[in-house]
Design a protein around this ligand. Structure first.
Ligand SMILES: [Zn+2]
Length: 270
């Protein structure tokens, strides 16, 4: 059994998504705590994949990376730069503040890197108070608005194009927060392949998962954990996908399909 405090702290810093083992532990842990009264809210973790390409075209995948907080994983960044592989990177305001050198690299290679919004302070964009993997959610529509809006402002202030996509910490939402984020003008970025389980996978496991990507996959992994083993696996897998002839695309450059109304065309919305 994994120590829950350690898991919670690790998740606080790497901040993601899709860890079924932890997810199934949360209600039990909460039930044991007399002070924890969880509101009834249905959280969703939307899926996103690329629209089908033309028949006979090369397999396409989108590499998406979260930069939650912390530093940059040079194993991944240098692979992308050396191989000239495009990617979409979701950054928080706090990560931007702490990584000016990498920001400069992103700006100098705008043909490769699409920079999108991962929020201001890496707070789950859920408008009711509920912990996700031990991280307290925004807890109100106003706090969701701040997390999204201030994150976008930081991306623009750092010199990047105005973001069109938002991915919240933990990649979980409720239906009304998705609606709120959409009305703010953003698509909500799910994924179809979890490449690194919040940067907690071993190198071999991460490599195997990502190298097995199929046509149309949107892969999520982390570029902010240079000391974790997972990053080496991510870098290795990118080389394997390239060797397989996969075409890498950015979310800005392709048609995408997301569930939970995260990308559907609506009047006045991107
Ligand atoms: Zn994150």
């Amino acid at each position: 059994m994994r120590p829950s405090l350690t898991a919670g702290l690790v998740l606080l810093f790497c901040g993601i998504a899709a860890l079924p083992a932890y997810a199934s532990d949360i209600p039990k842990a909460a039930a044991q705590s007399p002070s924890a009264v969880l509101p009834k809210v249905k959280l969703v973790e939307p899926r996103l994949h690329l629209a089908k390409g033309e028949a006979g075209a090369k397999s396409r995948v989108a590499l998406t990376f979260d930069a939650c907080m912390g530093a940059v994983d040079e194993r991944i960044l240098s692979t992308l730069l050396k191989e000239r592989i495009p990617a979409t990177v979701f950054v928080t305001a706090r990560w931007l503040r702490k990584n000016p050198q990498t920001v400069a690299v992103f700006l100098a290679n705008s043909d490769l890197f699409e920079i999108e919004n991962h929020g201001e302070n890496h707070i789950p964009a859920i408008d009711v108070a509920v912990p996700v993997y031990g991280i307290p959610s925004a807890g109100s529509p106003e706090a969701v608005s701040r997390e999204v809006g201030k994150g976008a402002e930081a991306v623009i202030a750092a010199g990047f194009s105005a973001p069109r996509w938002f991915r919240g910490a933990t990649a979980k939402y409720d239906a009304s927060s998705i609606d709120e984020i959409r009305k703010m003008g953003y698509r909500v970025a799910g994924y179809s392949l979890n490449g690194d389980d919040g940067s907690l996978l071993g190198a071999g496991s991460a490599e195997k998962r990502i190298a097995a990507a199929k046509d149309g996959d949107v892969i999520i992994s982390h570029i902010n954990q240079p000391t974790h083993a997972a990053g080496q696996g991510v870098a290795n897998a990118i080389l394997k996908l390239k060797a397989r002839g996969v075409e890498f695309v950015r979310l800005a450059d392709v048609e995408t399909i997301g569930d939970n109304d995260t990308t559907a065309q609506r009047p006045g919305l991107f």
